[in-house]
Design a binder for this molecule. Structure first.
Ligand code: NAD
Length: 497
């Protein structure tokens, strides 16, 4: 499909695509998709006021009824899956299968949130006082500001949005300035659900278009109760303290530097498939991309040879075309970062296979994914370069492998390939991986929405999506109720008047 048809199918109009200074280019061929008007500081302040007023109405709507709106949103997303998936591919360059996968993830989290809307459970707690009972209840929190990155233009938004809405919180979404069109199209799909729902207050979802300065209006506003920010650790280091300064809440989903340990007992066939999907998928631009391979000396040669064989034949090119597995990098800056990282890796003793411009594809930044065999975990290995570079290191004992795995500033995702249950259980134990996600016999990326998603250390500590991640969008209240005719004090304190 031509670019114009994809934009039109996603219901984007000329009015959306013209009239401003924010140029959005497709990484596929550099074509200009639109020159968008950005929002001003006062526009965003007006959005916050609108969201506040929506909160006052929405927090009183029963949670299962709020879930009904998300059920309808999920239905609309099912109808629009092909169109939105293609737009995601057009705007951020991931292959169509992954664009569609992102929309499927949105649908999945809507399903989860609908169920969750009937399960915003509190607790009943035993009181030490006679004729008393204690409870813990969960109430809507307030306006949520959701800031997202270019590499997943829609799914992390939906992880936040679907739960925030069932929990009673309106959302202001500040998408990446590199992928605002997917956000505008998503908001349009949500509008359809709102229309069918009938009685939702204005402003449950507003999209603020612009760069970091627009995000900052949200992070510094006392009227935005929660900031959920996905992006680089650099951004998190600015956003975290800004929100903390005003005692706001944050969910931070920042950079990763994910590793796989491959043990001698590993099923190498499956390991190769998992490595390639995780290391070259989305052209190495997933927060969960596999960046470090820690291989046992006994299987290293065989595994690396197999990988080099697969890498040499990777179909690189137009991500909309059937059969492509590696699309382009997002832009020139990403290409420069990759080149610089490979130079530094060489200077630090690495041997590079691949890397460099892919032949026969023009217009975008198409590169050969690189394998870098490196004797130590050097500075460049410990740094997240957002490009398809896989560093390979060798280990002899599991202890040594786990030390290498954990010795980076980031703590998002990790995995081990081994059929030795002692090894895999150690890896998952307190003596093992220090990451938010630790997998056995699958790669580090491609998470399901049922689990809590996020990581430790410089990844920011936030958790989104499944498990009890919904609690981030609510405030906890402890209630003590006295149904007796006395007034006993806790801890047996006597206070007679
Ligand atoms: P980025 O940090 O450049 O931008 C992310 C978002 O933050 C954008 O919307 C940007 O406009 C906004 N932003 C930047 N400065 C800001 C400020 N001062 N105040 C408020 N908002 C600000 O990241 P990117 O290049 O778009 O994405 C790649 C990075 O995101 C990688 O590091 C990747 O690992 C990370 N990421 C993490 C996860 C996760 O769940 N942990 C998921 C996807 C991407």
């Amino acid at each position: 499909m031509a670019h114009k048809e994809i934009l039109a199918a996603a219901l984007l109009t000329d009015a959306d695509l013209t009239g401003g200074a924010l140029e959005v280019n497709s990484p596929i061929d550099g074509a200009l998709l639109g020159s968008l008007a950005t929002h001003s500081v006062s526009d965003v302040q007006a959005m916050i006021a609108q969201a506040k007023s929506a909160f006052n109405a929405w927090k009183l709507v029963p949670a299962p009824r709020r879930g009904e709106l998300i059920r309808l949103f999920g239905e609309e997303l099912r109808t629009a899956k092909e169109e939105l998936g293609a737009l995601v591919t057009l705007e951020c360059g991931k292959i169509l299968q992954e664009g569609l996968g992102e929309v499927q993830e949105m649908i999945d989290i809507c399903d989860l949130a609908v169920g969750q809307s009937r399960q915003l459970f509190g607790l009943t707690i035993a009181s030490e006082r006679p004729g008393h009972t204690m409870r813990e209840t969960w109430h809507p929190l307030g306006v949520a500001g959701v800031i997202t990155a270019f590499n997943f233009p829609v799914a992390p938004f939906a992880w936040n949005f679907a739960l925030a809405i069932v929990c009673g919180d309106p959302v202001i979404w500040k998408p990446s300035e590199k992928t605002p069109l997917s956000a505008i199209a998503t908001a349009r799909i949500f509008e359809k659900a709102v229309k069918r729902f009938g009685e939702a207050p204005e402003g449950l979802l507003q999209v603020a278009i612009g760069g970091g300065e627009i995000g900052e209006v949200l992070t510094t506003s006392r009227d935005v109760a929660l900031i959920s920010a996905t992006g680089s650790t650099r951004m998190g280091k600015i956003v975290g303290p800004k929100v903390a300064e005003r005692f706001g809440k944050t969910v931070l989903e920042l950079g990763g530097n994910n590793a796989m340990i491959v043990a001698p007992s590993a099923d190498l066939e499956n390991a190769v498939r998992a490595i390639v999907f995780s290391a070259v998928g989305t052209c190495g631009q997933r927060c969960t991309s596999l960046r470090r391979l820690i291989v046992h000396a006994d299987v290293r040669e065989e595994l690396v040879e197999r990988l080099k064989g697969v890498y040499a034949k990777l179909p690189i090119g137009d991500p909309l075309a059937h059969g492509t597995l590696v699309g382009p990098l997002i832009d020139a800056d990403a290409n420069t970062s990759m080149k610089k990282a490979l130079e530094q890796a060489k200077a630090e003793g690495g041997t590079v296979t691949g890397g460099g411009k892919a032949e026969g594809v023009t217009g975008g930044y198409y590169v050969h994914p690189a394998i870098v065999e490196i004797p130590r975990q050097t500075d460049i290995v410990r740094h997240e370069t957002f490009a398809p570079i896989l560093y390979v290191m060798t280990y002899r004992t599991l202890e040594e492998a786990i030390i290498l795995q954990n010795d980076v500033p980031q703590g998002l995702s990790s995995c081990i390939f081994s059929t030795d249950v002692r090894e895999t259980e150690i890896f998952l134990s307190a003596a093992g991986s220090d990451c938010g996600i630790a997998n056995v016999n699958i790669g580090p990326s491609g998470a399901e929405i049922g689990g809590a998603f996020g990581g430790e250390k410089e990844t920011g500590g936030g958790r989104e999506s499944g498990s009890d991640a919904w609690k981030a969008y609510m405030r906890r209240q402890t209630n003590t109720v006295n149904y007796s005719r006395e007034l006993p004090l806790a801890q047996g304190i006597k206070f007679e008047i």
